[in-house]
Design a protein around this ligand. Sequence first.
Ligand code: NAD
Ligand code: GLY
Length: 367
Amino acid sequence: MQTLQVDLGERTYPIYIGSGLMARADLLAAHIVGRQVAIVTNETVAPLYLQALKQSLAGYSVTEVILPDGEAFKNWETLQLIFDGLLGARHDRRTTVIALGGGVIGDMAGFAAACYQRGVNFIQVPTTLLSQVDSSVGGKTGINHPLGKNMVGAFYQPQAVLIDTQSLTTLPARELSAGLAEVIKYGLICDEPFLTWLEENMQALLSLDQQALTTAIERSCAAKARIVAADERENGVRATLNLGHTFGHAIETEQGYGVWLHGEAVAAGTAMALEMSHRLGWITEAERNRGIRLLIAANLPVVPPKDMTPEHFLQHMAVDKKVLDGQLRLVLLRDLGDALVTSEFAHEILHATLGADYVALVNQLEN
Ligand code: NAD
Ligand code: GLY
């Protein structure tokens, strides 16, 4: 087992990474305060992992909250089901909420833990690659609003993140690729040598090689922990973790939550950020192509939806959380491995990026 740490003063917490960690009752017990535990999971993950986790919680009074599965359920109505479960079983302020599932479960269970009796103990047990490399670390929790993705929520750090890499063996291929979009993100924003490692190991990752997956998770979590420790509340460098997300969130909101997976929308958004960085003259054509090829190698979409016009994009991008005083800010690349957040770009270049012919670009890369 590998242990990393998110350094946040008195809210510092460990990230445990290893195979079979759900069976480690001792790791869980070290982060539970009272005798009550509520496991929040969903209809897909419960049959796979709920019993295994419960076995490690023998001796505690455990409430199961099993939510419907999907991004479309990341909303107020579903959040209310968590409070129904907690109050129905009379959970007190010393209860511990455990999120067992992907990013949707982690974001919702974390938000519920932040709100329930003004804040209770919270542990993340992420089971998708995306949640293991990104959403379970850093304390962003929340739900979607019909007008904007992740627009309602709280910063609320967990007591621990327990990553059992064995859970990835049941993950559908499409979800694995979605997670790789966020893994590639770390290479693009802050770790150029990691891009080379990913180019050399993409096939191993896609075939669920445990060694390769563990390396990718460790390297991604280390980057995220470093960035979160430097800027917990996203006043600066943390915003670079949103590479491709402003374009991607527009795709998710416009298409309807769950139609494109979050990681897929981020991949197409990242291709757009690469294209815009190239149009601004900050990265070369070869560097843009390198980034897009890596996304394609991970079986990710890099062409935005055909029916989305620049106007559709601009309408949704106007409610992005990085908008300050009405001014749109984007995460772009000064270089591969070097991201910045900026509003200093000509509107014509943004417009041209939104309307660029990504189908032709992919054809050119494939020939
Ligand atoms: P998800 O939670 O919807 O999980 C994807 C699918 O995989 C679901 O159907 C789920 O039930 C299923 N699943 C989960 N674990 C499984 C397993 N081990 N085996 C088989 N199936 C399994 O999606 P996700 O990609 O994990 O997370 C996306 C969400 O995370 C989005 O809502 C996004 O906004 C959020 N997010 C949050 C942060 C953050 O910092 N909080 C960062 C990135 C993404
Ligand atoms: N996923 C972006 C962040 O955690 O800041």
